[in-house]
Ligand binder design. Sequence first.
Ligand code: SF4
Length: 270
Amino acid sequence: MNTWNPWHGCKKVSEGCLNCYMYYLDRKRNVDSTVVHRLKNGYDLPLKKDRYGNYKIKSGETVFVCLTSDFFIDEADEWRKDAWDIMRIRKDVKFQLMTKRPERIKACLPEDWGDGWDNVALDVTTENQRRADERLPILLELPFKTRGITAAPLLSEIRIEKYLAQSKIDSVTAGGENYDGARICSYEWVKSLYDQCVEYDVEFEFFETGAKFMKDGKVYNIPRLLQREQAVKSGLNYPPYDAKNVVITDKCRRCEKRYMCKGRKDCAGK
Ligand code: SF4
């Protein structure tokens, strides 16, 4: 999986941030996660070339942006233009943005954004009903060619039918929580999202169970390495994995390269 972290650090904004994995990892290194800073190495990663002059990130690959921050955090306003410039240069690469701050996006888009760039997709995170109802109406109005919902860490049942019904959401992904203090994720909540996506014919990916997964009233402690496998075995993916093509490691069933393209219609294997 390609990740590009042009800046690091973040401020907690909602319930899903409580056990943020970036805070957890920084604690182990004695780093203050609340200090948002541009990274000296790696801020221009998509432009890096190998010794033969070829881009290290290949054409057609997907890059997940800002996994140790939030791309739209206000502290990064002065650096974001450079990041947009890089995405404009690498039109051949798919950039996947994810945010808990959709209300900031409109004012942060570049002048030539128009109705969205083909190579930039946006996921908004919604961990519970309250955040879904705050953030998804904004997501639906934002000019992006590809829009998704990431329900992780999933903390409750979320009803999103009225948003899916508008045919502007391309995919929904869901997963449980990890690291210190991980909260329970319930099979019933995932099943509810799955059912809603099936009803509205929207792709649904249950990508990991989280460390504490509850089914039929029993809580299971699931090691990280087995969480993906257990999620696949739950059968809560739409369209379903067929028996031959079940992917339980890190391969995508469409492009057969990297799982984290999420097997979307627009993944590298299209
Ligand atoms: S927005 Fe994301 S990166 Fe920032 S504190 Fe919350 S979970 Fe962590």
